[in-house]
Design a protein around this ligand. Structure first.
Ligand code: SAH
Ligand code: SF4
Ligand code: F3S
Length: 465
């Protein structure tokens, strides 16, 4: 989170600590939407005179951008806050003030409770209210403790300052762009509808303007983000209603933007136009993250996914017919209440049928306030562990096979950053794997043709083709 050096404007001498500039440290947990939000908060704070730091000890403002999806994720936040309490006290002894803020999904879910549990926290701010951050900080400096978790009626993105060129450049040649937030699906295991609110799509003009800005600053690959990104819709400049497929075509027209991706999709929102975009739009990368959670219809029903395993398999057939080299990725939950050995076996069978290039799998974690937590038939932890191991072994084997099959092929790689060893660069394959090449292959930002000569579990080793 490198920021260009800025001088605080507005002249607020009381807050000019030691060096004269305020420093912010943001730690991000959870999904890519939090990564994007942290960047936008950094942008908002830069406009307010804050400079980013990678060292928590020297920060005047420590922000945790948190995740509530599983119990462990939420617990990590509290243990980190304990550590920060010590740090704040230590800085206090040196006469330095430290503001501690909790943002993200734990902030939204627990609100006031966070301050009750951890007295060091000055500010709790939910994901829909980040545009109010500079104002909230001013109030904190005036001695208030603030909990700001109302779902804002106004669009936060309209009020957050646009990312600046220097910041975009420092973040590299790939970028995230949130186009949709929230969820109306209410899967019975999931907190997202409660922490992020209902589905909202950002307007077309706002998205295109931001994408143009990214491209102008050297970004070559953009990943559109949303909790249900393929539920995105908006009114196009032509007066018709656009879906994500149409939006992708408009984005592909922006000079410099050569690669597009989107995540996370819901199977129920994969419409024909989006599938057709996978067939007709070369800029759309052949990779699709399409979570299914379970292969058992009984479990899918209890999860309120509102699709069957067969619906999902037929959908994948249609997608593969449109684009036969597409790599599939997914999310799985094992040990949802009531999951029997044969339900779990149905999940294994679905995985064998689909063949994933990559996937995430989790043990079911009961979340307060969700219907799943109240259901009968909770599965023993040891059984969850054992099922997770079996599933992950299968998924890892599929990932290794997928990577190995690419050896000997030629593909385009986007050169992204310097490699770990001198003389190396790391690129990105169309299927999202890191590609290790010699620096003579191309400059950062170049899209170059490479031949794959070797493969690891998930990375590829290549030479210029
Ligand atoms: N909107 C996305 C998922 C967002 S959450 C979708 O519908 O697919 C990311 C992943 O976390 C989910 O796909 C699910 O696999 C996992 N997850 C969500 N809640 C969980 C819980 N209570 N326990 C375990 N895993 C969970
Ligand atoms: Fe959660 Fe389901 Fe919404 Fe995805 S679709 S965010 S899993 S409730
Ligand atoms: Fe976590 Fe919130 Fe993302 S709960 S996964 S940070 S939407």
């Amino acid at each position: 989170m490198e920021l260009e050096k800025l001088t605080a404007h507005g002249g607020d001498p009381a807050t000019d600590q030691a060096s004269g500039t305020r420093k912010v440290f943001i730690k991000t947990y959870g999904c890519q939407m939090n990564v994007y939000d942290s960047q936008r908060m950094t942008d908002a704070l830069a406009a307010d005179g804050y400079v980013g730091t990678e060292t928590m000890e020297e920060a005047d403002l420590v922000l945790l951008n948190t995740c509530h999806i599983r119990e462990k994720a939420a617990e990590k936040v509290y243990s980190e806050l304990g550590r920060i309490r010590g740090l704040k006290a230590e800085r206090g002894r040196r006469g330095l003030e430290t503001i501690v803020g909790v943002a993200g999904c734990v902030a939204q879910a627990e609100g006031q409770e966070i301050m009750r549990r951890e007295g060091a926290v000055d500010l709790v701010i939910g994901p829909q209210t980040y545009h109010k951050l500079p104002d909230a900080l001013r109030r904190v400096r005036d001695g208030e403790k603030i909990v700001e978790t109302t779902y804002a009626i106004e669009d936060k993105f309209e009020h957050l300052p646009a990312p600046r060129r220097a910041e975009i450049v420092s973040r590299g040649v790939t970028a995230f762009l949130t186009v949709q937030e929230g969820c109306d699906k209410f899967c019975t295991f999931c907190v997202v509808p409660y922490t992020r609110g209902s589905e909202v799509s950002r307007p077309v003009s706002q998205i295109l303007a931001e994408a143009e800005r990214l491209a102008d600053s050297g970004v070559r690959e953009v990943t559109l983000l949303g909790q249900n990104v393929n539920a995105w819709h908006g009114l196009g400049p032509d007066g018709t209603e656009w879906g994500l497929g149409r939006l992708l075509f408009a984005l592909a027209d922006i000079p410099g933007l050569s690669r597009l991706r989107y995540t996370t999709s819901h199977p129920r929102d994969m419409d024909d136009a989006l599938i057709a975009a996978h067939r007709d739009l070369p800029a759309l990368m052949p990779y699709l993250h399409l979570p299914v959670q379970s292969g058992s219809d009984r479990v899918l029903k209890a999860m309120n996914r509102r699709h069957t395993a067969d619906d999902y398999l037929r959908l994948i057939d249609r997608i593969r017919t449109a684009r036969n080299d597409i790599a599939m990725s997914g999310d799985f939950i094992v040990g949802f209440p009531g999951e029997s050995e044969s339900d779990f076996e149905a999940t294994m069978q679905l995985v064998r049928t689909v063949g994933y290039a990559q996937a995430f799998s989790f043990k079911y974690s009961p979340r307060p306030g969700t219907p799943g937590a109240e259901m009968d038939g909770h599965v023993a932890e040891a059984v969850k562990d054992e099922r997770l191991q079996r599933l992950q072994a299968l998924l890892l084997e599929q990932q290794r096979d997928f990577t190995a099959r690419l050896v000997g092929t030629t593909m385009n790689a986007l050169i992204e950053k310097p490699g770990r060893k001198p003389g190396q660069r790391v690129g990105r394959s169309p299927w999202l794997q890191p590609v290790i090449v010699d620096e003579t292959a191309g400059e950062i930002g170049d899209i170059v043709s490479v031949r794959i000569i070797n493969a690891g579990q998930s990375s590829l080793f290549a030479v210029p083709a």
